[in-house]
Design a protein around this ligand. Sequence first.
Ligand SMILES: [Zn+2]
Length: 465
Amino acid sequence: MDSALLHGKEININSEFIMHFRIGKNQSEIKEILENKYRDFAKKSAFRCICCGSIVNLIMPLQKKFHFRHKDNESCTYSDNYDKYTAQVKKYEQGKHDIGKTLIRTYLQGQLNPLHIPVIEGYRYRSKLSIVPDLIVEFPSGVKWALDFLTGLRNNKSYTEHISNRRMIYEEHGFKSYFFIDTSWLAINEITPYTTLIEAEEQLLMNSSTDKEWKLFLNKFQPEEKEYIQNQKLISNFNVRSIAYFDINNRECTILRLIKKKYSDSDYYIVHKPTIISMEEALSVNLKYEALSLLNLNEEIAMNDFKEIILEKYHLFLASEEETRRAVNRSREGNEKAVEMNSLSTFIPPSKGSPNEIAKAYMLHNMGIKVTPEYLNKKEKELKRKRELLLNKSVVYESYIQPISGWKEIVLDNFFSFHFEQIDFNELRDLVINSEVDLISEEPKKVEYAISMYIDVIKKEIKLQ
Ligand SMILES: [Zn+2]
């Protein structure tokens, strides 16, 4: 065991060893320092077992861990727990474990010792434990914490079972458990809002009061906003839980608040973003709640940030949806118009264009090809020229009708209707006679003749014969 009592004060020989080791002393130098410090007391059997009060000896073998041992190899809960604990650490933990545990203890002791709340080694617990936590804190109210720094996680079934048992045993003994995982297991980067947990880590997810606050906060969004958040983040609920990683070298703690990703076994959405705080901050004790601050941070600012960002995105999303809807409608209306135009049973001749163009338009119409105004406008110049040409074509007897271009215009404009038998020749002739043209001759035959000649000219010009 690492600790023993000297005149009622706990001496942790391993912590002292680490303290000297970290400032560069080697094992024999440390042994000499500690012998000078404790030899005289050890000689007089002044060290007592923390648990049962029997005499313990200080053992400082080179190449092995310094420790206290019951005289005559007696056994007590302490030594049972201690043996179990050392075997457990050997099996499951790695190099940084000791330093991490010492740091955690130091931060906690700084706050709790003045209040006479002891931070003890887990193996010093008065009852036998089948799995022993690194550290235990017992508050006068009866609240008990079990704290662990986990360094040797494994992605296999037996380790997952070990962690699951650990949680169960702590719960049975009434401990509130805090797990800190070595930062080498932290999987985050800037390009993804997700992390991946191994099964053992999933067992270690905690449900803190801040997690509950996040859950409440997320549930306060409007139903359609909630749906948007869940769709965007690929989650199906707002069950927020957290996990904490310690970076011993930088004395930093990264807290991830997580919601399980949809359709995934091991991926989790990181709510808002990782929280990175100093270890000191993470390990500050909230005495009112007898809980660690790391899980009870005031995250109001983070929540407001999240809300602002998500609502901005949501409104952009709504705007783009609206734009898409409008575009679809526009295109649908456009299609309906085009269909309408193409499906007209009666062809409406375009107001502009030569009879030739109009005839072409009619044929295209019958073939189901859309005749757009652009189609005709494109050739406007050419059409105008052709129309001029037709109006200036001279025919026999034209001088009997005045002005010459006036009556031709009427024939030209109505040629199409005439050609497709919407009006007959007599009607066309009457249109000319009843217009403001002058008939020089009293002989209608001459007028009819002129019109008929002119129709032939048009037909020839637009190749309708
Ligand atoms: Zn003992």
